[in-house]
Design a protein around this ligand. Structure first.
Ligand code: PLP
Length: 442
């Protein structure tokens, strides 16, 4: 039941939203016609509440980022305490401050191998820009004039900046700014990767980037357990840098510290963001190996001219430290594996109950189910069903994420790490009910 004053406030804000707010990843026409859907005001755990008092399950931790869950006051206090002392100070040149130093050290402690040295950004796109720029700089300084191309995988998502969007394999994002000569896309086969390097020439390729487990492309695991070991070997044989995009995977989402830890590989650089602060403040970074750091030191006489005003923002770093501390203290990282197993149980139940469900996959609290007309032959419906199921789920107060791309008709899940067994079962039951309802209308 919506109160009159809540409805009035919604309408006032909706008018202003339509007139003044340019939404990210939006349909202009839908926004113009319908205005905002939810105007969120509060959150607690896995739940979000909107201005008209409606409470909904946030099954994707918003944008795969609110890992600790909504409404953690300790993070607000950490931000407030830091802001009262020093909200922001520059980290350019040799300037520093305690939260950024402690956070960089914490990341080194968590990261695999000799990934010990972090450059900070405000998010994932800036992190990937930084990784590409540094890779090109590195090869240029080593005397390679044309080692500039970046190879990424089909269905990958690496962000939307002018550097990151052409690296994104998902076509609508990459096509938008125009195709770049400097970017190449490869499917998930090692053979195709080898052929591409042969064809393009290793002397023209700076780096290969991949999400260990793809997120926005539909929660796709690598084609084999050995895939990244082989990619690493190919990179070493051809003098190509390997960048792991850990923006979604990093900080326990897959049940390990970083996604790449599942495959026992040490990349040359790791792009991080999202889960580092659980979204309580914008922050990202690139983690470099000692080897790369030492070589960059050798190769660079003067300044390395790359840095954002908010590289290592004091308050954001203080929030990140508190976020990681709470996740460890409350063993939320262990809960990722426990609840991941519950999620898989739920997927198996859905698979048994609905003959349309197949290709279930789960790693930590990252998972997906696919919908087929005939799961034996992997034939999909003409019209994607996942979108309809997610629409139906909303009626049962759950925000779901459908991913429809190149014949994949997928529903993805990435709930906050604080989720309970009952809450996992509730999510699964909503999908069960919603799919049943949609099937009756097909
Ligand atoms: N890389 C991956 C794997 C992502 O999932 C995202 C965002 O979803 C990005 C990069 C871009 O990050 P941001 O939106 O913070 O720029």
């Amino acid at each position: 039941q919506v109160t009159e004053s809540a409805q009035k406030k919604y309408e006032e804000l909706a008018e202003l939203d339509k007139k003044h707010f340019f939404h990210p990843s939006t349909s202009f026409r839908q926004q113009k016609a319908e205005g905002p859907g939810f105007i969120f005001t509060e959150g607690k755990g896995i739940y979000l509440k909107d201005i008209r008092g409606r409470e909904v399950i946030d099954s994707l931790s918003s944008l795969w980022n609110v890992n600790i869950g909504h409404g953690r006051e300790e993070l607000a206090i950490a931000a407030m305490e830091q802001m009262k002392k020093l909200a922001y100070s520059s980290t350019f040149a040799t300037n520093s401050h305690e939260p950024v130093i402690r956070l960089a050290a914490k990341i080194a402690e968590m990261a695999p191998g000799d990934l010990n040295y972090t450059f900070f950004t405000c998010g994932g796109s800036e992190s990937n820009d930084t990784a590409f720029k540094t890779a090109r700089y590195y090869w240029k300084m080593k005397g390679y004039k044309n080692k500039t191309k970046i190879i990424s995988r089909g269905k990958s998502y690496h962000g939307v900046s002018i550097g990151a969007s052409p690296a994104t394999g998902l076509f609508p994002f990459r096509d938008f700014p125009g195709l770049s000569q400097d970017h190449l896309y490869v499917d998930s086969s090692i053979e195709a990767l080898k052929e591409m390097i042969e064809r393009e020439g290793a002397e023209n390729i700076a780096a290969i980037i991949s999400e260990p487990v793809q997120g926005s492309g539909g929660v796709n695991l690598p084609p084999s357990q050995n895939f990244f070991k082989e990619v690493r070997e190919i990179c070493d044989q051809n003098d190509i840098l390997f960048i792991a995009d850990e923006v979604i995977n990093g900080f326990y989402r897959t049940g390990k510290n970083f996604g790449i830890d599942n495959f026992d590989v040490v990349p040359d650089m790791m792009a991080i963001a999202k889960g580092i602060t659980s979204g309580y403040a914008p922050l990202g970074g690139v983690v470099f190996t000692d080897r790369l750091k030492d070589e960059l030191t050798e190769l660079t006489e003067g300044n390395f001219y790359h840095g954002y005003t908010y590289s290592g923002h004091n308050t954001a770093c203080a929030v990140a430290l508190k976020n990681l501390e709470i996740i460890e203290q409350e063993k939320l990282n262990e809960n990722v594996n426990l609840m991941g197993a519950e999620l898989l149980k739920g997927f198996k139940y859905l698979e048994q109950t609905h003959e349309e469900i197949g290709n279930i996959r789960q790693i930590g609290l990252l998972g997906a189910i696919e919908i087929f007309k005939d799961r034996e032959t992997k034939t999909t419906f003409e019209e994607p069903v996942s979108l309809k199921v997610v629409e139906e789920a909303l009626k049962h107060n759950m925000i779901g994420r459908a991913i429809v791309y190149e014949g994949q008709d997928t529903i993805a899940f990435a709930p906050p790490f604080c989720i309970t067994k009952d809450e996992v079962e509730k999510m699964i039951s909503i999908i069960d009910t919603s799919l049943t309802a949609v099937k009756q209308r097909l």
